[in-house]
Ligand binder design. Structure first.
Ligand SMILES: Nc1nc2c(c(=O)[nH]1)N[C@H]1C(S)=C(S)[C@@H](COP(=O)(O)OP(=O)(O)OC[C@H]3O[C@@H](n4cnc5c(=O)[nH]c(N)nc54)[C@H](O)[C@@H]3O)O[C@H]1N2
Ligand SMILES: Nc1nc2c(c(=O)[nH]1)N[C@H]1C(S)=C(S)[C@@H](COP(=O)(O)OP(=O)(O)OC[C@H]3O[C@@H](n4cnc5c(=O)[nH]c(N)nc54)[C@H](O)[C@@H]3O)O[C@H]1N2
Ligand SMILES: [Mo]
Length: 810
C-alpha cells in the first residue's frame, strides 16, 4: 500500500476492482465503512460477480475476467477528453513532459522491439531522449508530439467507451456513469482510493493491470495524498514482509536485486545501479544503494566480508535466468532436474495451477520435506483421490518427511501488514506435541549442513562456513536478536559527518535508521528499509500508543512502519510547488518556509525546497512515471492482452495469444484449450468462511461451508439443464472435476464482441486433507502460465466446459 488501512477512512471515493475486500479483508474493510459513514464517501465495485463488497456499494458494474487494462485505458482516455486532469500534478509530479525516443511505437498490440523467436522485447527504444548535459529532455508545455503526455493520449485513443464495452462486457452507459464519479476526484481537494488484490494480480498481465490504475490515479492527482493511493490488499498476514525481506528469487532484502551471472564482480553489479539523477536537483535516493548493499553483505558474512574481497560479493548466488519463480521450479522438477524440495508454509498442490503437472513433478523428487503445522495435500500428493485423478502411488519413489512447525499464534515476532506496519506479536498458546519454531528447524538444518561442510569440505564451502551466526544460543536465535540484526548496528565506531571529530555511533550501537548506514564496512544491516524498527529507542514495533492528534488516522506512535515510520508514501505530492497542501483539511505535511512539518514523516529531505525536489525520490526523474522507463518487461504503457485461454481473439491482433512475453513453458502449450471446445470463462476466488486450505481442518469452518461448489448464472443453468444444488462436471484439457452447482443471480452473462460470455465461478478452499468433504478446487483446471513481470499464475481466467453429472463415488 502507498497509504494505510486506517487512512482509507479519509477518502471521498473507494474503487474496489480486482478484489473483494468485504469478504477477503473483512477487518480492513471497516475503514471503507468509516469513510462512507463519516465522509459520505462512495464505493464503486467492478467485478465479474456481484460480490458481498458489491452488495454494500453505491455502484456496481460487471467485467469479463482478464480485461481490466482496456477498461482502465478507456477511463484514462475519458479523463483526458473531459479535462478531468489534475494539471499541476501531471505537469510537475509525473513524467508527462519527458521526451521519448523517436524509435518507440505501438502497432497491432505490440510495442517496438518484439522478437517472436525469443518471445521477448528489445526495450532500448522505450526510453527518454537524453541531452548533452546528461539530463532527460522535457517539454513543460506538454505539446511536443514525442512527449509522454502526447504519446499517452495517442495510446489510449482507441479505447472508446464502445471499444471498452466490446472487450470487457461492461455496458458503455455503466462505464460512463463510473467515469463521471471518478472524474470528480481530479479536483485537487478530492480523492479516490484504489483497493485491489488478486482479481488484478492473477493474470499474465497482472502487473500492467495495476500500472493502469496507478496511471489513472496519477492523472487525477490521487497519489501521495490522504485518502488516495494504490492500495494492494495483501493476503497472508505477513505477505508484505515476504517481499520486503527478499523472499522473491530475484530479490535480496529491501528490494536490492540479486546479481546476475553477467555481473561477475561488485563493480560490474554496481555499474547498473548508479541511479544518476535524470533531472537537475533530484534526490534519486537509490544513489545510496551501495550503503545498503555493503551493510547487507556485512550482516550476512561479518568479518569475512571486506573491501579487499568485494564484501564477499562472490558468495552471493548469481541468476542465470531472470528468476526462479514457483512455476519455473515446478517445471524443472517435472523435467527431473530437482532432487530435494523444502516446502515450508506452502501447499503448492492446492495453490498452484494444473494439479496433474504438479503431481507429476513432485513424483520425480528424491526427497520432499514439508515444514507445516498441518498435514497438507502436498505432503500426501502421492495418494489417489477423486475418480478423475489417476496417481499410481506404487510407482512413486519420492520420500516425504513432514516436520511439524508452530504457527503465528504460537510464536513471537513481527508481521508486516499491507500498510507497511511492522507489528510485534506475542504467543497466545504453547505449541502442541512435537511442533517446533520455524527458526529452530531452520537453525538445525543450517548447523548440520555447516558441520558436514566442516568435516567433508565441498566445492564452495565458504558462504556456509563464514555465514555470520552470532546468537546467544546458536540452536535457537531469538526473534529479538533477529530483529536487531535486521535493524542494523555499527561494527566499529562511526564518526559524525555533520560534526567533525565527534562520534555518531559507538561500535555495537544500533543504528537509528538507514540514513546512518555506510559502505565502508563500519555498519551492518539485514534489511535497510526495516532499519529503524529496533534502534536506540528499543523495539518500535511493539509500540501500542493509539493516540491520533490530527484525528486523521495517522497513529504515528502505534507500532512502526517502513520506511522511517512514514505512513503515506510520496506525501510530498500532497502539496503544490510552494509546499501548500492541496487540501488543508487533510494536511499530511507542509512547507513552513524553511522545513517540512506536519502529521507524517516527509518523503523528501526535511529542508529540500518544494520548488526544486520532486516527490518520487526513488526514481532518478524525481517524478512518477506515466511511461514506465526500463522497468516493465511487457511495455511502457499497458496495452490490452487477452488471457491465454479466452472466449475472444485480441481485437488488435487476432494472432496474438495472451501476453506475448508471459512466463510460458513449451510443454504447457499443448494443454491450452480453445473456446470452441471450452466455451465458458472460469474464474476462482475465496470465501469469508475459509482461509485457503487450513480451515477445512477445523470442524466449525467445515460446517459453515461444507461443500465444494461452482457458481453459474440462471441463464447458463437453463441452457445446460443444470439445476440448483445438482451435480455438475466441469472440465477442460487439464482436468475434470465434479461439484454441486449454485445457480445465482450474482453472475450474469456478459456481451463481448456481440456474443454472450458465461462465467463459471470456482471457489478455492477444498482439498483432500482435513475434516471437510473432499473437493478439488480450481487448480486442477487452471493454466500453468504466469505474468510477464512477476510470474504470478493466470488463476483468474481460464476456459472450461460444464454439464449436469452424477454425484461422484466418494
Ligand atoms: N476469508 C479469507 N480471506 C482471505 C483469504 C482466504 O483464503 N480467506 N486469503 C487471503 C489472501 S492470501 C489473499 S491474496 C487475499 C485475496 O483477496 P481478493 O483478491 O480480494 O480475493 P479473491 O476472492 O481471490 O477475489 C478476487 C475477486 O476478483 C474478482 N475477479 C476475478 N477476475 C477478475 C478480473 O479479471 N477483473 C476484476 N476486476 N475482478 C476479477 C473475483 O470475482 C473476486 O471477487 O485474500 C486474503 N484474505
Ligand atoms: N486458482 C487459484 N489459485 C490460487 C489463488 C486463487 O485465488 N485462485 N490464490 C493464490 C494465493 S494469493 C495464495 S496466497 C495461495 C495460498 O497458497 P498457500 O500459501 O500454499 O496456502 P495456505 O493454505 O495458506 O498454505 C500455507 C501453509 O502454511 C502453514 N503455516 C501456517 N503458519 C505457519 C508457520 O508459522 N510456519 C510454517 N512453516 N507453516 C505455517 C499452513 O498450515 C498452510 O499449510 O494460493 C494461490 N492459489
Ligand atoms: Mo495470497
Amino acid at each position: 500500500m502507498t497509504n494505510s488501512w486506517t487512512d482509507i477512512k479519509n477518502t471521498d471515493l473507494v474503487i474496489v476492482m480486482g478484489g473483494n475486500a468485504a469478504e477477503a479483508h473483512p477487518c480492513g474493510f471497516k475503514w471503507v465503512t468509516e469513510a462512507k459513514a463519516h465522509r459520505a464517501a462512495k464505493l464503486i465495485v467492478v467485478d465479474p460477480r456481484f460480490t458481498r463488497t458489491a452488495a454494500v456499494s453505491d455502484y456496481y458494474a460487471p467485467i469479463r475476467p482478464g480485461t481490466d487494462i482496456a477498461w482502465l485505458m478507456g477511463m484514462i482516455r475519458w479523463m483526458i477528453e473531459n479535462d478531468k486532469v489534475h494539471w499541476e500534478y501531471v505537469r510537475n509530479f509525473t513524467n508527462a513532459a519527458f521526451i521519448v525516443k523517436d524509435e518507440f511505437g505501438w502497432q497491432d498490440g505490440l510495442f517496438t522491439g518484439y522478437d517472436p523467436a525469443t518471445r521477448d522485447y528489445d526495450r532500448s527504444s522505450w526510453d527518454y531522449v537524453i541531452g548533452e548535459d546528461g539530463f532527460a529532455e522535457t517539454d513543460p508545455t506538454l505539446e511536443n508530439p514525442r512527449c509522454v503526455w502526447q504519446l499517452l493520449k495517442a495510446h489510449v485513443d482507441v479505447y472508446t467507451p464502445e471499444m471498452v464495452e466490446r472487450i470487457t462486457g461492461t455496458p458503455a452507459d455503466q462505464f460512463l456513469h463510473i467515469a463521471e464519479m471518478i472524474g470528480e476526484t481530479s479536483a485537487p481537494d478530492k480523492t479516490m482510493t484504489s483497493m485491489y488484490a488478486l482479481g488484478w494480480t492473477q493474470h499474465t498481465k497482472g502487473s500492467q493491470n495495476i500500472r493502469g490504475m496507478a496511471m489513472l490515479q496519477l492523472i487525477l492527482g490521487n497519489i501521495g495524498v490522504m485518502g488516495g493511493g494504490m492500495n494492494a490488499l495483501r493476503g497472508h498476514s505477513n505477505i508484505q514482509g515476504l517481499t520486503d525481506m527478499g523472499l522473491m528469487s530475484n530479490l535480496l532484502t529491501g528490494y536490492l536485486s540479486m546479481p546476475t551471472e553477467a555481473e561477475t564482480d561488485y563493480a560490474t553489479y554496481m555499474s547498473t545501479r548508479e541511479f544518476k539523477p535524470l533531472r537537475p536537483n533530484q534526490t534519486s535516493y537509490w544513489q545510496n544503494y551501495s550503503k545498503f548493499m555493503v551493510s547487507f553483505m556485512k550482516a550476512m558474512w561479518g568479518d569475512a566480508a571486506q573491501a579487499e574481497n568485494d564484501w564477499a560479493y562472490h558468495y552471493l548466488p548469481k541468476l542465470d535466468v531472470p528468476n526462479y519463480d514457483v512455476l519455473r521450479m515446478f517445471e524443472l522438477m517435472n523435467q527431473g532436474q530437482v532432487n530435494l524440495y523444502f516446502c515450508q508454509g506452502f501447499n503448492p498442490l492446492m495453490a498452484f495451477p494444473n494439479r496433474a503437472k504438479l503431481t507429476s513433478a513432485l513424483s520425480k523428487l528424491k526427497l520432499l520435506v514439508t515444514i507445516d503445522p498441518l498435514e497438507t495435500e502436498t505432503a500426501r500428493f502421492w495418494e489417489n483421490h477423486g475418480e478423475y485423478n489417476d496417481v499410481d502411488p506404487a510407482s512413486i519413489q519420492t520420500e516425504v518427511l513432514q516436520l511439524p512447525s508452530t504457527c503465528f499464534a504460537e510464536d513471537e515476532g513481527s508481521l508486516t501488514n499491507s500498510g507497511r506496519w511492522l507489528q510485534w506479536h506475542w504467543p497466545g498458546v504453547s505449541p502442541p506435541g512435537d511442533a517446533k519454531l520455524d527458526t529452530w528447524i531452520m537453525s538445525q538444518i543450517f548447523l548440520r549442513v555447516r558441520e558436514l561442510y566442516r568435516q567433508e569440505g565441498g566445492s564452495f564451502p565458504d558462504p556456509i562456513l563464514n555465514l555470520s551466526w552470532e546468537y546467544e544460543d546458536e540452536n535457537d536465535p531469538t526473534p529479538q536478536e533477529l530483529a536487531m540484526e535486521i535493524n542494523g548496528r555499527a561494527l566499529s565506531a562511526v564518526s559524525d559527518p555533520n560534526n567533525p571529530g565527534a562520534t555518531l555511533l559507538e561500535a555495537g550501537q544500533q543504528v537509528k535508521n538507514f540514513t546512518e548506514l555506510k559502505d565502508d564496512g563500519s555498519t551492518m544491516c539485514g534489511c535497510w528499509i526495516y532499519s529503524g524498527c529496533w534502534n536506540v529507542d528499543g523495539n518500535n514495533m511493539a509500540r501500542r500508543d493509539n493516540s491520533d492528534p490530527s484525528g486523521l488516522g495517522v497513529y504515528q506512535n502505534w507500532t512502526w512502519s517502513w520506511p522511517v515510520n512514514r505512513r503515506i508514501l510520496y506525501n510530498r505530492a500532497s502539496c503544490d510547488l510552494e509546499g501548500r497542501p492541496y487540501d488543508a483539511d487533510r494536511m499530511l505535511i507542509e512547507w513552513d518556509g524553511e522545513r517540512w512539518v506536519g502529521n507524517d514523516v516527509p518523503d523528501i529531505g526535511v529542508t529540500s525546497r518544494p520548488e526544486e525536489v520532486g516527490p518520487f525520490i526513488m526514481n532518478p526523474e524525481g517524478t512518477s512515471r506515466l511511461f514506465a522507463r526500463g522497468m516493465m518487461r511487457d511495455g511502457p504503457f499497458p496495452t490490452h492482452m487477452e488471457p491465454f485461454e479466452s472466449p475472444m481473439a485480441n481485437v488488435f491482433n487476432a494472432e496474438m495469444r495472451g501476453n506475448p512475453v508471459a512466463r510460458v513453458f513449451e510443454s504447457d502449450v499443448a494443454d491450452l484449450g480453445t473456446s470452441e471446445e471450452f466455451p465458458y470463462v472460469g474464474t476462482s476466488y475465496r470465501l469469508t468462511e475459509h482461509f485457503h486450505f487450513w480451515t477445512k481442518h477445523n470442524k466449525v469452518n467445515a460446517a459453515l461451508q461444507p461443500q465444494f461448489f461452482v457458481e453459474i448464472s440462471e441463464e447458463l443453468a437453463a441452457e445446460k439443464g443444470i439445476t440448483k444444488g445438482g451435480w455438475v462436471r466441469v472440465w477442460n484439457k487439464r482436468a475434470s472435476i465434479r461439484a454441486v452447482a449454485v445457480v445465482t443471480k450474482r453472475i450474469k452473462p456478459l456481451i463481448c464482441d456481440g456474443k454472450p460470455v458465461h462465467v463459471v465461478g470456482v471457489p478455492l478452499h477444498w482439498g483432500f486433507t482435513g475434516v471437510a468433504k473432499k473437493g478439488y478446487g480450481p487448480n486442477s483446471l487452471t493454466v500453468f502460465i504466469g505474468d510477464a513481470n512477476i510470474e504470478t499464475p493466470e488463476s483468474k481466467a481460464f476456459l472450461v466446459n460444464i454439464e449436469p453429472a452424477e454425484e461422484p463415488v466418494a
